[in-house]
Design a protein around this ligand. Structure first.
Ligand SMILES: O=C(O)c1ccccc1NCC(=O)[C@H](O)[C@H](O)COP(=O)(O)O
Length: 223
């Protein structure tokens, strides 16, 4: 079966970086609406980035502990297609915010070393049971500042039965993404720091190299 790992490039703030990511073959782009992040984009700037996109590219709006009202105000200016909750939100808070704008959402789970695989399966099932807007888990490393930390977590903690439904994130780069895809076989991979020149400023060559590495890993798995 020809399995293709989906690719999200996150933390974009420039039109040229959006265009680079799409031309290189990214399936999704992530826009950070968390004001304390160095990758934060204002909703109006985000709407210009979204306007630069061709069809069929998923736009992920990234939130940390935002209220439904705040999510509504942002989405009114920047019509993202998918929400990503990356803070301390409860199941109910994620579901309420997603319902408020009628958008599907992914839940970021920051993996700590003491986590057990069974806990993750239960955690995901809780979200699946809570809302048909739940779209899946993004697994990230546990870092200060909630995310975008450029830190890898122990991929062996991911239950094999969960891997085909998760977005693997956290410290990925052209140096490790081939091994990540081969070891985990996730539904998708997500990267921010690993393709940057500076926070929020992407390196076009690194984006292209990262996406090429994912495609090569996919091809090796199809052989
Ligand atoms: O990117 C940020 O600055 C950020 C800030 C606060 C919460 C989440 C954030 N990013 C979320 C993402 O989806 C990142 O792509 C993910 O954390 C991986 O980042 P990196 O390890 O730098 O590739």
């Amino acid at each position: 079966m020809n399995s293709r790992t989906r690719i999200k490039i996150c933390g974009l703030s420039r039109v040229e970086d959006v265009q680079t990511a799409v031309e290189a073959g990214a399936d999704a782009i992530g826009l950070v609406f968390y004001a304390k992040s160095p990758r934060y984009v204002e909703p109006d700037a985000a709407s210009r980035l979204i306007a630069a996109l061709p069809p069929f590219v998923t736009v992920v709006g990234l939130f940390v502990n935002a209220t439904p009202r705040q999510v509504q105000e942002i989405v009114a200016h920047a019509p993202v297609s998918l929400l990503q909750f990356h803070g301390d939100e409860t199941v109910d808070q994620c579901c309420e915010a997603a319902r408020s704008v009628n958008r599907p959402f992914t839940r970021a789970f920051r993996v700590s070393a003491d986590m057990r695989g069974a806990d993750l399966l239960k955690y995901e099932q809780n979200y699946r049971d809570a809302s048909n807007l739940f779209s899946g888990l993004l697994l990230d490393a546990f870092v200060d500042g909630y995310g975008g930390g450029g830190k890898v977590f122990d991929w062996s903690l991911i239950p094999k039965e969960l891997a085909p439904r998760v977005v693997l994130s956290g410290g990925l780069s052209v140096q490790n993404v081939t091994e990540a895809v081969r070891q985990v076989r996730p539904y998708a991979v997500d990267v921010s720091s690993g393709v940057e020149m500076a926070k929020g400023i992407k390196n076009p060559a690194r984006i292209a190299e990262f996406i090429r590495a994912v495609r090569q890993a996919d091809s090796s798995l199809d052989e």
